[in-house]
Design a protein. Structure first.
Length: 624
């Protein structure tokens, strides 16, 4: 196996998904830290607000219940002695009325501060979460822009779209849940348990605390059992959502094919089947989530009743029991809410995994650490014993797309690539801009392996016109300007004129400011092709790759564009994938491909006499 094939295989395995073991915890933390770092101050502020909420709730409310309220009901012997002493010292023997008034003011203040801490906690945690999610989405999108074509051949467009949109939305909804409970509830649990331990120790009611300590961990049992099932169901739902998005994307991108072959019912059945499977799995997820709350409530109620029985038998007074019961409730309530939060985390872990798959996907064609400078001027392109096998076909035993190719294309030469479909012409052309790397052998420019050059700088020297050009949903001028983003309007218009596109553009109501629609649907196929050719004129690159650039043109337009192309290719290295005789006529050299090999190389008129495959291809185009 060649070095670069092995590298491709390793990239494929890396793209298969992250491993969630303990061994790679440090690397995962390092990977996530740049995304978390901008939100760290808001997270700390939310944590501090959560501490305030927990202290005011888990300690403040039980303390008020134990120390102050007994006085209001004439049960001073159950009140805290220091409160009674402080009241008498401040207000005299008739302190109850004034202390009642003070408490009536104090309780709203406590709840006001408690509510303010809850608000700040949720706001800051939400802010931290949304900043992280924004960074995550941007990082995933940027990573997708840098991944090679092999990655896109192994992943469906709809599934990748689902990851960036649906899975990210699942994480956004998780952030809303986390912001309310993730910080406050654990701290509230600690504060309530701390109060239980303190009062039980000072009041010698250790039995009450013992029951609380035993029953609270019991609540974790149903949590552990159900969250395992939740994660499996959530992963299945995420996969099915990706499949659903892929079905929708294919259907919306192919309305002509669907309607011309009457495939509407088939598409509807496929869509309905995916929906039904998602519904089935979602209901199972809801079932497990719904079971968690009642299970925790049942265990908590049993614990409270046992504690009540033991507390009464031990002679505990009403005020102490009331404060302990409130603290115990405040301890159980976080367990219940955290169980729901744990369920939500498990159900959305699959979404995080699917986004992490993108972030951890390996670029199988990375830039060199120290790129070599590009040769000055135009230089020869040489294929040296190149063999190439597509990564997604490596396990199927398929024949290589290219096998033992050795050829040199001189500067300024126009070379036509001809041969049957699947013979390797397009693969040959795609290796030149380094969309793929050879499995074996190498491709050089001026004697330098393309893998040693900076990809961006190298591709700046190449203009590529595909057979089915992609237009973006913006104006015609901006679509042409993609060839050179800093070009002025005059240069854009000149490129359109040279491509034979100016006439139809200027006839449009808004001219160059016409928005072409998604994938250029507002224009005909020939018009889209001419705009793509105008990009190549505007880029003015020394190397051209034309994938049957005139295939979508009518005869009149083709004649104009052929004349423009003759001007465009002058002095440039041009690789022309050709099927039509009119395109082959632009070249002075033809490479004939058969089953991944070059079986003919020479001037077209010579090959027409000596090469049987080339001669047959020409005869098929001649009118009967």
């Amino acid at each position: 196996m060649g070095t670069h094939e092995q590298r491709t295989r390793e990239g494929t395995l890396m793209a298969a998904g992250p491993r969630w073991g303990l061994a790679d915890t440090d690397s995962r933390l390092r990977r996530w830290w740049p995304l978390v770092r901008p939100s760290w101050p808001y997270l700390v502020a939310g944590l501090l607000a959560g501490v305030g909420f927990a202290a005011l709730s888990g300690v403040g409310l039980p303390v008020m219940l134990k120390t102050v309220l007994p006085i209001f009901f004439g049960r001073e012997q159950e009140a805290s002695p220091w409160v009674v002493a402080a009241g008498r010292r401040l207000f005299g023997e008739h302190y109850q009325d004034r202390l009642l008034l003070l408490a009536c003011w104090g309780m709203p203040v406590v709840f006001l501060l408690r509510g303010l801490c809850a608000f700040l906690n949720r706001y800051w945690i939400n802010l931290a979460g949304f900043v992280f999610l924004e960074n995550l989405r941007r990082a995933a999108f940027e990573k997708l822009q840098s991944l090679p074509l092999a990655f896109y051949q192994q992943h469906r467009t709809g599934d990748l779209t689902s990851r960036l949109v649906n899975d990210a939305e699942q994480l956004r909804s998780l952030i809303l849940l986390v912001s309310n409970d993730a910080i406050k509830q654990p701290l509230l649990l600690v504060a309530a348990l701390g109060y239980l331990v303190w009062v039980s120790a000072t009041e010698r009611s250790a039995l009450f605390t013992l029951v609380a300590m035993v029953t609270i961990p019991l609540c974790v049992v149903p949590l552990r059992l159900m969250t395992r099932r939740l994660l499996r169901r959530a992963r299945a739902v995420a996969r099915q959502s990706g499949e659903l998005a892929a079905v929708v994307t294919e259907a919306l991108q192919s309305p002509v094919e669907i309607q011309s072959y009457n495939l509407q019912e088939l598409q509807c059945r496929r869509f309905a089947a995916r929906l039904h499977e998602i519904l089935r799995l979602s209901l199972k997820t809801v079932k497990y989530e719904a079971m968690l709350g009642p299970s925790v409530e049942f265990i908590a109620t049993c614990g409270l009743m046992v504690a009540l029985y033991l507390g009464v038998r031990s002679g505990i007074d009403f005020a102490t029991f009331s404060s302990l019961a409130l603290a115990l409730y405040l301890a159980y309530d976080p367990v219940k809410k955290l169980s729901g939060l744990q369920a939500a985390l498990k159900s959305r872990q699959a979404s995080l995994e699917r986004l992490e798959e993108i972030l951890t996907a390996r670029d199988t064609m990375p830039n060199p650490v120290t790129p070599r400078p590009l040769p000055p001027g135009n230089a020869p392109i040489r294929f040296e014993q190149v063999r190439f096998l597509y990564p997604n076909r490596s396990e199927s035993g398929a024949a290589p797309a290219l096998n033992g190719i050795t050829v040199c294309i001189e500067p300024g030469e126009t070379v036509a690539l001809v041969g049957p479909s699947g013979a390797g012409k397009s693969t040959f052309a795609l290796l030149i801009p380094r969309f793929f790397d050879p499995t074996e052998g190498r491709v050089t420019y001026g004697g330098t392996d393309l893998r040693e050059l900076d990809k961006r700088a190298w591709r700046d020297r190449i203009a590529f016109v595909p057979q089915m050009p992609m237009l973006f949903n913006t104006t015609i001028a901006e679509n042409i300007r993609l060839g050179r983003p800093d070009a002025d309007d005059a240069a854009v218009r000149e490129a359109a004129r040279r491509a034979g596109a100016a006439e139809f553009i200027e006839a449009l109501p808004r001219g160059y400011e016409t928005v072409v629609g998604e994938q250029g649907t507002a224009l005909s196929g020939g018009q889209r092709q001419r705009i793509a050719i105008a990009r190549a004129f505007l880029k003015d690159a020394p190397i051209l790759i034309l994938d049957e650039a005139t295939s979508a043109l009518d005869s009149e337009s083709e004649a104009r564009v052929q004349a423009a192309l003759r001007e465009l290719i002058r002095g440039r290295t041009t690789i022309l994938i050709a099927h039509r005789f009119s395109s082959i006529s632009l070249a002075r050299r033809v490479l004939v491909f058969e089953e991944g090999r070059i079986t003919g190389d020479g001037p077209p008129e010579v090959l027409a006499e000596t090469h049987p495959v080339y001669r047959r291809l020409l005869e098929l185009q001649r009118p009967g």
